[in-house]
Design a protein around this ligand. Structure first.
Ligand SMILES: Cc1cc2nc3c(=O)[nH]c(=O)nc-3n(C[C@H](O)[C@H](O)[C@H](O)COP(=O)(O)OP(=O)(O)OC[C@H]3O[C@@H](n4cnc5c(N)ncnc54)[C@H](O)[C@@H]3O)c2cc1C
Length: 171
């Protein structure tokens, strides 16, 4: 890295996504490769907007998380967060955040689109998550992140705590 200074540390804690963590390792072990690869991430287009047409028709059914499951077979399920509900916003407009829905949205009502990644869960993922102890702390490299759980904030915190415990630390 340009301008970076090499420093030595006794341990490394990698608090990034599984694929990012793997790409940071110069010489990953077969276990690190196998386990981290089994918990993949997928990109999701994430858009903030005020187009309420993607929320349920009946306003009484508006929830913090609103899933839209297309009627046609094979259609991709999408999700819209009601930010006003989630964050208790007292706003005149209804602010929404939708995943992978840009083509359905009224372009005039889009505020900003960004690309984020979320973990993708399969049976292999569940097995790989149980093998955390096989790689974390081995070779003085520790792994944490929401991908060790269900992908929520709490899972990130929980996995960070698990790493702390290997150093004998508790909150
Ligand atoms: C649109 C959206 C909505 C969400 N809503 C909710 C919600 O309502 N409730 C909830 O609980 N969770 C929600 N989540 C999930 C939550 O944001 C994640 O679970 C949490 O942020 C993941 O934490 P993490 O520490 O695993 O990863 P991140 O927060 O992604 O942190 C990984 C860090 O690694 C850094 N990094 C990557 N590569 C490198 C590198 N080479 N060198 C150094 N650093 C690097 C990144 O910059 C980043 O800061 C949402 C996520 C998204 C995208």
């Amino acid at each position: 890295m340009d301008g970076a200074k090499w420093e030595r540390f006794d341990h490394v804690i990698i608090a990034a996504h599984s694929d990012q963590a793997l790409s940071m390792l110069e010489d990953p072990t077969p276990q690190e490769r196998e386990i981290l690869n089994a918990i993949p991430y997928q990109p999701n287009r994430t858009t903030m907007h005020t187009d309420v047409s993607v929320l349920p028709e009946n306003k009484k059914a508006w929830a913090s998380w609103n899933c839209l499951i297309p009627k046609q077979a094979g259609g991709r399920a999408t999700l819209t967060y009601s930010m006003n509900r989630l964050q208790g916003l007292d706003a005149l407009e209804q602010f929404c955040v939708s995943l992978n829905m840009d083509e359905r949205l009224n372009a005039q009502r889009i505020i900003k689109s960004m690309d984020y990644e979320h973990p993708v869960y399969t049976k292999a993922t569940a097995k790989a998550q149980q093998r955390w102890g096989e790689i974390s702390g081995k070779g003085r490299t520790h792994f944490c992140g929401a991908y060790w759980g269900y992908g929520f904030h709490e899972d990130g915190a929980k996995s960070g705590l698990a790493v702390c415990r290997t150093f004998g630390l508790e909150l």
